[in-house]
Design a protein around this ligand. Structure first.
Ligand code: NDP
Length: 246
């Protein structure tokens, strides 16, 4: 197992992509710390990780809550002593056309998707610098590159993740910390489950591979970027979108 003796921190691992990533990292040998909001989802993820023989420490912490994130990371470090891998995955949508978009819908998305990533990375980074090792992967989106009507807030947050990733990669390269992004296209999760048939068929028409992606497609990309095979890759974005954009 390639990630044996490593500890990974995954945000938003109650379901969807985050859960798939956490389980794949656990299969590769990593112990897992994760956060989400819903206890039932959390219990399920924890049970699946522990069934793989890995240690698992779950939290119900909102990544946008700076103080709660600091406390959570303190507790995780007490138990595990170190975090080697961080996957900033927690994200939300609050779609609306811009003319109708409320300030609240803008703020909520920026708070979780960007401020949340800042909070968790900030709380973990000192430990990675000290140990001269870290692998950070931030989950952005194809719409951070293409834009999408009805998603000005979400697209802005996902483009912001790219700037964050490139800048952090440049600051931390000398400490043997890599920072990359994975940009999923349309992946089958609860987030895309809200799309109607018409929207889904319009999306499928734009995908050369002719199908939506799976959680596993994203999990495999993340596992590659945190593995030794990707030691010389930093500041980049891996597009996993069936050929929609790249
Ligand atoms: P889901 O809505 O299926 O799952 C989101 C997960 O994040 C849940 O576990 C949720 O918690 C958790 N979460 C949400 N907000 C917070 C918060 N404030 N604090 C802590 N945890 C939180 O989303 P996906 O799996 O589809 O998406 C995951 C990431 O991938 C997101 O960043 C999304 O933008 C991105 N993405 C998804 C695409 C897709 O097609 N699905 C395409 C491109 C990017 P809980 O379990 O409590 O609900």
């Amino acid at each position: 197992m390639t990630l044996e003796n490593q500890v990974a921190f995954v945000t938003g691992a109650g379901r969807g992509i985050g859960k798939g990533v956490a389980i794949e990292l656990a299969k590769s040998g990593a112990d897992i710390v994760f956060t989400n909001r819903n206890k039932q989802f959390s219990d399920q993820t924890q049970a699946e990780i522990e069934a793989l023989g890995r240690k698992c420490l779950p939290f119900q912490v909102d990544v946008a809550d700076t103080d709660a994130v600091e406390t959570m990371v303190g507790t995780a470090l007490k138990q595990f002593k170190k975090i080697d891998i961080l996957v900033n995955n927690a994200g939300i949508t609050r779609d609306n056309i811009f003319l109708r978009m409320k300030r609240e819908e803008w703020d909520q998305v920026i708070d979780v998707n960007l401020n949340g990533m800042f909070n968790v990375t900030k709380a973990l980074i000192k430990g990675m610098v000290r140990q001269r090792y870290g692998r950070i992967v931030n989950i952005t989106s194809v719409v951070g590159f293409t834009g999408n009507p009805g998603q000005v807030n979400y697209s802005a947050s996902k483009s912001g993740i790219i700037g964050f990733t490139k800048s952090l990669a440049q600051e931390l390269g000398s400490r043997n910390i890599t920072c990359n992004a994975v940009a999923p296209g349309f992946i089958e999760t609860d987030m895309t489950g809200e799309l109607n048939e018409e929207q889904t068929s319009a999306i499928l028409n734009q995908i050369p591979l002719g199908k939506m992606g799976s959680v596993d497609d994203i999990a495999q990309a993340v596992c590659f970027l945190v593995s030794n095979q990707a030691n010389y890759i930093t500041g980049t974005t891996l597009h996993v979108n069936g050929g929609m954009y790249g």
